[in-house]
Design a protein around this ligand. Structure first.
Ligand SMILES: Cc1cc2nc3c(=O)[nH]c(=O)nc-3n(C[C@H](O)[C@H](O)[C@H](O)COP(=O)(O)OP(=O)(O)OC[C@H]3O[C@@H](n4cnc5c(N)ncnc54)[C@H](O)[C@@H]3O)c2cc1C
Length: 499
C-alpha cells in the first residue's frame, strides 16, 4: 500500500497494546506532562483482552509473600531474599500509584479491582519444611516481611487454609506461612478503569482493531508506525517522537521489525498455560487465600502450582494451576507462525542455544501437554485432597513469552524476568518477558520513563510529579523502615487493605 493513501497522524507518543503496561505508562506521562498527545493501537476489539485480562493471569499482587521461586535456597541451606525485597518494593510502588489515582479521582473505588486476600505458602516433606523454616526466619527478620507467620501445626494450618487441609493425610511433616496483607488484583478491570481516565482527554486517541504491522525511522528522528484497520482494511499511519511496544507477546516481533541494534539478538520462547477453574460454589466458598507450593522438578518458575481465590469482575472464583504447555503462538489470540516468523539472522543462534541448554524445560513442557484429566486431578489433590473432577473445568490461560538473550558463554540464555529494551537515544522501548508482570507495572514504567525521557525526567517539574504519584520515589523502602511504615499506612487506608 502506498504511503500517500494512508491517514497520517502526528503525536508525541505512539503506544502498541491496550494492556496494563501501556495504560500505566500513558497515565504516568499524562500526569507528568498534561497535554502530551498519544495514539494507541490495539489489534483486538477491546481493552485488556490478552495477558492483562483477569481470566488470563493469576491476579496475584506479587509481593514475594508466598511465591517460593523468588527466594532460592543456597547450597548452605540459607535462603537468598534479595529478589523478594526488590519485588516487594516494586509492588509498594504500584500500591502508591493506585492510591494517588484514587485520591485524585481517576480510579473511583479500589475495591472494584483490588481485594485483600492472604498470601500463604504450603509445603510438605522434611527438605521443604526445613526450607520454609529458613525462609520464614530470614524474611520475618526484615521489616518488609515482619508480619509473616509460620506454623507446622495442622490445627493452625486448618484455620489458615481449611480446604487445603480437609481430608489430608498427616503422614509427613507439613508447614505453611501466612501473610495477611496479600492481594488479588483484577488487572483487566484496572486496565479498563485507567483507559476510562485516559480517553476522557482529547489528546488520547484509541484505535481498537488496528494491527501494527510495521515501523520505521524517519530522517527527522521520529518513528512512522503503520497499522491496518482490521474492519475496513485501511492503513493508518502515525508519526511519533516516542514509541512504546507494550504489545505483550507481540512486542518481540515489532522490536525486531524496528531494526534497533539493541533488540536484534533477542528471541522469545512461548509457554502456554491452563487452569482448573472450580465450578462448584460450595467449594469456592471454602477457600479465602492464595496458597503457593513448590515447583516440581524441571518446572519453569512461573508454573509453580497455586490454589487461588480470585475476584473476577466482582465475583469470587477459585483457580488451580497453571499447567504449562508449549505452543508456537506469542499471543493467546496469535498465530502458530508467530515463533517461526520471529527467527532471523540476529537471534537464530541464541534461540537454538537456549533450546539446547533447556532440554529439561522442553521435557517438562511435553510432559505437561501430555497430561490426562486424571493427572491434573492428582496435581490438584496435593492442594485440595477432597477435589472431584466434576467440580473443575479446564480453561486456557494467557500466553507468556520468555526472553531469550545472547549469552557469551552458552550462546543463548532463557530468562524468566521482565526486561525493558530501548534504543540508545530513548526514542523507542519494548517490554519483553512476563514475570513478575502486571504487579510491577508502575515501577517498570517509571524505570522506562527515566531511561527514555531522561532529560525531562530530571527537570524539577517531573521530579516533583514522580514524588507526588509515588512518595517513596528516590528512596529504597527496603532500607528505610520509617518510610515503609508511613507509605504502607497510607496505601492500606486509601486502598482498603487494612487488616
Ligand atoms: C498464566 C499467566 C499468569 C500470570 N499471573 C500473574 C500474576 O499473578 N500477577 C501478575 O502481576 N502478573 C501475572 N502475569 C503477567 C501479566 O499478566 C502480564 O505481565 C501483563 O498482563 C502484561 O501486560 P501487557 O500490557 O504488557 O500485555 P497484554 O495485556 O498482553 O497486552 C498487550 C496487547 O498488545 C496487543 N498487541 C499485540 N501485538 C499487537 C500489534 N502488532 N498491533 C496491535 N496490538 C497488538 C495485544 O492484542 C494485547 O491486547 C501472568 C501472565 C500469565 C500468562
Amino acid at each position: 500500500m502506498a504511503h500517500t493513501a494512508a491517514k497520517v497522524d502526528q503525536v508525541d507518543v505512539a503506544l502498541v497494546g491496550a494492556g496494563i503496561m501501556c495504560a500505566t505508562l500513558a497515565t504516568l506521562l499524562s500526569e507528568l506532562q498534561p497535554g502530551m498527545s498519544f495514539s494507541l493501537f490495539e489489534r483486538l476489539g477491546g481493552i485488556a483482552q490478552e495477558s492483562s485480562k483477569a481470566e488470563n493471569n493469576a491476579g496475584t499482587g506479587h509481593a514475594a509473600n508466598c511465591e517460593l521461586n523468588y527466594t532460592p535456597e543456597k547450597p548452605d541451606g540459607s535462603v537468598d531474599i534479595g529478589k523478594a525485597l526488590v519485588i516487594n518494593e516494586a509492588f509498594e510502588v504500584s500500591l502508591q500509584l493506585w492510591s494517588f489515582l484514587v485520591e485524585t479521582g481517576v480510579l473511583k473505588d479500589p475495591g472494584q479491582f483490588l481485594t485483600p486476600v492472604p498470601h500463604q505458602s504450603l509445603v510438605w516433606g522434611e527438605a521443604h519444611t526445613r526450607f520454609l523454616r529458613a525462609r520464614h526466619s530470614q524474611l520475618s527478620a526484615h521489616p518488609m516481611f515482619q508480619d509473616m507467620r509460620h506454623s507446622e501445626d495442622p490445627a493452625q494450618l486448618t484455620e489458615w487454609m481449611p480446604l487445603a487441609m480437609k481430608g489430608r493425610e498427616l503422614s509427613q511433616p507439613l508447614a505453611a506461612t501466612h501473610v495477611a496483607r496479600g492481594t488479588d488484583v483484577d488487572f483487566g478491570r484496572l486496565t479498563r478503569f485507567l483507559f476510562d481516565g485516559l480517553t476522557r482527554s482529547q489528546a488520547f486517541h484509541l484505535h481498537l482493531r488496528h494491527d501494527v504491522r510495521g515501523l520505521q525511522r524517519e530522517p527527522d528522528g521520529r518513528w512512522r508506525l503503520r497499522s491496518v484497520d482490521l474492519d475496513s482494511g485501511e492503513t493508518r499511519e502515525v508519526l511519533a517522537r516516542f514509541v512504546f511496544l507494550g504489545a505483550g507477546g507481540g512486542a518481540l516481533p515489532l522490536l525486531l521489525k524496528s531494526g534497533i541494534p539493541e533488540g536484534r539478538s533477542y528471541g522469545g520462547f512461548p509457554v502456554s498455560g491452563q487452569w482448573l477453574m472450580c465450578n462448584n460454589p460450595e467449594v469456592i466458598a471454602q477457600h479465602h487465600s492464595k496458597v503457593y507450593g513448590k515447583p516440581s522438578l524441571g518446572a519453569p518458575p512461573m508454573s509453580v502450582p497455586h490454589l487461588d481465590t480470585r475476584i473476577i469482575d466482582g465475583r469470587q472464583a477459585l483457580l488451580f494451576g497453571p499447567f504449562a504447555g508449549f505452543s508456537t503462538k506469542y499471543l493467546k489470540t496469535g498465530s502458530y507462525l508467530d515463533m517461526p516468523r520471529a527467527i532471523g539472522p540476529g537471534n537464530l543462534w541464541p534461540m537454538m542455544a537456549a533450546g539446547w541448554h533447556n532440554l529439561d524445560l522442553t521435557r517438562y513442557l511435553i510432559g505437561q501437554v501430555l497430561q490426562s484429566p486424571e493427572d491434573r486431578l492428582a496435581a490438584l489433590r496435593l492442594f485440595v485432597p477432597t477435589a472431584q473432577l466434576a467440580d473443575w473445568t479446564l480453561e486456557t490461560a494467557g500466553q507468556r513469552v520468555q526472553i531469550i538473550k545472547r549469552d557469551p558463554k552458552q550462546g543463548g540464555k532463557l530468562e524468566f524476568g521482565t526486561e525493558v529494551v530501548s534504543a540508545a537515544d530513548g526514542s523507542l522501548a519494548a517490554l519483553l518477558g512476563a514475570s513478575p508482570g502486571a504487579s510491577t507495572a508502575a515501577a517498570t514504567m517509571i524505570y522506562l520513563i527515566l531511561r527514555c525521557f531522561s532529560e525531562q525526567a530530571q527537570s524539577p517539574a517531573w521530579q516533583a510529579g514522580l514524588s507526588r504519584m509515588v512518595p517513596s520515589y528516590g528512596h529504597v523502602l527496603a532500607k528505610e523502615t520509617e518510610l515503609l511504615r508511613s507509605v504502607r499506612a497510607r496505601t492500606d487506608a486509601v486502598l482498603g487493605l487494612a487488616h
